[in-house]
Design a protein around this ligand. Structure first.
Ligand SMILES: Cc1ncc(COP(=O)(O)O)c(C=O)c1O
Length: 367
């Protein structure tokens, strides 16, 4: 994103120091602000004191093993892969499964990491229009023979707009193929949606050993690194077809310990998810009361665009002057950013009602 870099002056939180000044913070992706949680910070410090920065390849430190154990538990799967970044997760999945699909259908506004990952496989990639089931269906019909196996890739939740991909509709369309695969970049969905916080597949009630997700611990879970939860069989395919786990250093000990603690906290406190949904519902309802069209959705990303005669850059600056930080996204400024400017508001479980009211009041005056 063509963005102005701001400088942190404190640990991340709903109220924090940015550019030398305390602000109410409505940006980013740490939806429970676990990155600044004292338990997460202490876990990272303690692990570093004990194990240093990490194993420098070819060894597993206990915090790394702990992440895998907790991911297995959180997602109710047989096993998991933990790698240095979520960005690499889509590449890992696309390569691991490369023997099993012929052509890829991809939402045209999927994250950069999805396209980079697909590019590495050398397979034919056919984009369909963003979130458009008709375009998906038409591209599938025109490009894939009944005897071929399509792989479908998309973000489960899109990072700028917060749109949820209509995965159930895609699956219904795919039913006419004997073999198909679905891989979801669920970076913004894991820990947030689904009955148990397992992400967009759980949200849509989609199960099956042909449906996969790549997630991250760098957002809702307050840590760092990519995760691929799945079966033992998937792990075998990863070790057979993918070089990343052997060829790249694992996440640092501090990142692993922080991630394991984030997973533990979120597993033990499902009420945090309910609190997040409550804050999201409150903010969305408040915006609707201001006359702004905002969808009913559990996603803690609210995108404001299409406001006639409103200069959103100006609004973002005035909000910042009042100590309220939201993100300005220029047209096409990120993988799924609309072709017009927008404001991206991130809602946290830790925002107080007073903070949400302050933002609503300011938006009511400025929009
Ligand atoms: C949709 C999506 N996928 C993948 C990533 C990369 O995740 P990570 O920061 O863990 O590398 C991001 C990061 O912002 C993202 O928004």
């Amino acid at each position: 994103m063509n963005r102005e870099i701001k400088i942190m002056g404190s640990a991340l939180g709903p109220r924090m120091v940015v550019n030398g000044r305390e602000v109410d913070y409505f940006c980013g992706t740490s939806y429970y602000t676990l990155h600044g949680d004292p338990r997460v910070k202490e876990a990272a410090c303690e692990a570093t004191r004990r194990y240093g920065m990490g194993p420098a390849t070819l060894m597993a430190s206990p915090p790394l093993l702990e992440v895998v154990r907790r991911v297995v538990e959180f997602f109710g799967v047989e096993s998991a892969q933990y790698i240095v970044s979520g960005y690499l997760g889509n590449m890992l999945l696309a390569q691991a499964l490369s023997d099993e699909y012929d052509v890829v259908l991809v939402d045209a506004a999927s994250h950069y990491s999805v396209f980079d990952g697909l590019h590495s496989t050398g397979k034919r990639v056919v984009p369909f229009q963003h979130l458009d089931v008709d375009s998906f269906s038409q591209q599938l019909r025109s490009n894939i023979q009944p005897s071929q196996a399509p792989l479908v890739m998309t973000d489960g939740v899109f990072p700028v707009t917060g749109a949820i991909a209509p995965l159930k509709d895609y699956v219904n369309v795919l039913a006419r193929y004997e073999h198909w695969l679905l891989c979801v970049d669920d970076s913004h969905a894991v820990g947030v949606i689904g009955e148990k916080g397992q992400g967009s597949l759980e949200h849509w009630g989609i199960q099956g050993d042909n449906c996969y997700l790549a997630g991250t611990l760098s957002k809702a879970f307050g840590g760092l690194g990519g995760i691929i939860p799945g079966s033992q069989q998937l792990m075998c395919k990863i070790s057979r077809n993918v070089k990343i786990p052997d060829g790249a250093s694992p996440p640092s000990t501090a990142a692993a310990a922080a991630s394991a603690m984030g997973l533990k906290i979120l597993s033990e406190h499902p009420e945090m998810r309910r609190l997040l949904w409550k804050n999201v519902a409150y903010m969305r309802a408040g915006l609707r009361q201001l006359g702004i069209k905002v969808e009913e959705s559990p996603i803690p990303i609210i995108s404001l665009s299409s406001l006639p005669k409103v200069d959103l850059k100006w609004v973002q600056k005035r909000l910042e002057e009042e100590g309220l930080l939201v993100a300005y996204v220029p047209p096409l400024g990120y993988s799924d950013a609309p072709n017009k400017e927008s404001l991206r508001i991130a809602i946290f479980s830790t925002h107080s009602q007073h903070q949400l009211d302050l933002l609503l009041d300011a938006l009511g005056r400025l929009l």
